[in-house]
Structure formats: C-alpha cells, structure tokens
Ligand binder design. Sequence first.
Ligand code: SAM
Length: 232
Amino acid sequence: LYVDHPLAEGQSIPLERDQAHYLFGVMRLSEGAPVALFNSRDGEFVAEVTLAGKRGGELTCIAKTRELQMPPDLWLIFAPIKKARTDFIVEKAAEMGARRILPVGTDFTNSERIRQDRLQAHAVEAAEQCGGTYVPEVADLMKLDRLLADWDEERQIMFCDETLVGAAEALGEVRGGKWAILIGPEGGFSEAERKRLHALPYAHAVSLGPRILRADTAAVAALTVWQQQLGD
Ligand code: SAM
C-alpha cells in the first residue's frame, strides 16, 4: 500500500477513508493483519493493522523489508489521447519504471485537459500492483514548447518519430544518465515541431519500426527499447 507518510519502525500511520475501505472492506483485513507499505522515500516496511474502522484506521510499522528502489532517471513525455488510452499509458509507464510522467500539449494534441489527480491515482495503483517502492510523479499538462524552453540540456530525449525511414540514429551506449522518451499525439507531431526536435542537440530521433503505431502502443514499445538499450 502506498502512503504519503514517513515510515520508520514503530511509526503509526493514520489511514484515510478510502484506504480503510480498501483494506478492511475489500481486502477484509482485521486488527493484527500484516500490510506492506511504501512511500517513495523510505523503502518498504511491513506494518500491522492496529485499528480497523469503517471510516479510518491505523497501521503501525514493524520492520523495514526493502530499501527504496529508485527507477532510472527516465521521463515519459506524451500528448494525452482518449481517456482510457491515456490511463493505459500512465499505468504502463509506472509499471515499466519511469520516474516522471509528463502529459504535454502539442500542435495536434487531441485533449487539452487532463485529470492529473486521476492519473496520479493510476500511477499509485500500478506501482502497488507491481511491487514497486516508488510512485512516479504525474505532472500537470503543459505545452511542449514551454517544457523545451526550460530544458536541462543534460537530459537526452529519445524522440519517437514515425516518419523516419531506415536506420534510426543510434541511442548511444551510455547507460544511466538523464533521459526522456517523447511520444506524439494521434495526429503525430507537426512539421514545425518535428523540425525543432530534430535540431535539438540532445534529442535522438528513433524509429519504432516501419508501421505507424498508436500512441499508447508506441509508449510501451519505446519504454521497452529504452529499458533494453539503456536501462540498468
Ligand atoms: N493515428 C494513430 C493513432 O490514432 O494513434 C497513430 C499515432 S502515431 C502518429 C503517435 C505517436 O506515436 C507518434 O507521434 C510517434 O511519437 C509515435 N510512433 C508511432 N509509430 C511510430 C514508429 N513507427 N516509430 C517511431 N515513433 C512512432
């Protein structure tokens, strides 16, 4: 279970209503039951249910079971698409170990609004599901232009460009370091955006094969390629 609370031996953790509902209503846990906890900072702890109520409750940390496992310093930048597909991208990015997830507005972005809180909740669920000790932060929607204007040039961009033909520029051999994967919207990037991205010295244009993938498929494919070539 992810909790936004410091974790240490003997620490008591108050539960919010939805957490209590999940643990005691859905999972049917009662007082004395063990629960694994993480908070993206202190690693994983085993805790015990010390108070089980309908609208709240309390857990008490017993012992640390795992150190924090930070994912690689990889961001996934994507243009939000339809709701279910956007949810899918966030879920898969959290499972595959992205550290930050950044929805961006581009020239052809389909959706100008996102529910950041909902997407963040999906990231929490995905991290819980895959036994992670870290939940990636989902940023609020911002314009790609603005993001690139403040870009830290040490962070390389794996720019997924479906118009590339033939061999893509090599990603390099450098494992570790700061990276971001960039995926476009359903309509792809505009000519002006593509030109700008190709001109950035820290952007590496990459093909994911000869077929045009849906943006959600492209996100998973790109995360896989990155993990395979550059992941730890
Ligand atoms: N019209 C489809 C859809 O409705 O989802 C295609 C979307 S495709 C244009 C969306 C993004 O996925 C592209 O901007 C690109 O970043 C990435 N992408 C898709 N296929 C790709 C490929 N073969 N190589 C590299 N990137 C690809």
